[in-house]
Design a protein around this ligand. Structure first.
Ligand SMILES: [Zn+2]
Length: 95
């Protein structure tokens, strides 16, 4: 058996390469709306952050998320994203 290649992605917050499955995808859909994509299956342009609110915060603050998604994030969107990430992380804890 060949060793399976593990897909890696870079967190836009801390800019570290991590296993894709340990990261959370943020997606900009074709309508230009940015949201957290816990399933990783939504269509659109994606960026990845650690399952860590600090990484998302940093990615927003340093405009890395905007750059990666080629989208402009208003303060409301930034807040909504942080709330969505918190909800996704809370969901993990209950699994
Ligand atoms: Zn990170």
């Amino acid at each position: 058996m060949k060793p399976k290649k593990i897909p890696m992605r870079m967190c836009v917050g801390c800019r570290e390469m991590k296993e894709k499955k340990t990261l959370i995808r943020v997606v900009r859909n074709p309508e230009g709306e940015v949201s957290i994509d816990p399933t990783g299956k939504k269509s659109g342009r994606g960026a990845y952050v650690c399952r860590n609110p600090e990484c998302l915060k940093r990615a927003i603050k340093q405009k890395q998320l905007e750059r990666q998604l080629e989208a402009v994030l208003g303060p409301e969107t930034a807040e909504a994203l942080q709330a969505e990430l918190a909800a996704a992380l809370a969901g993990d804890a209950h699994e």
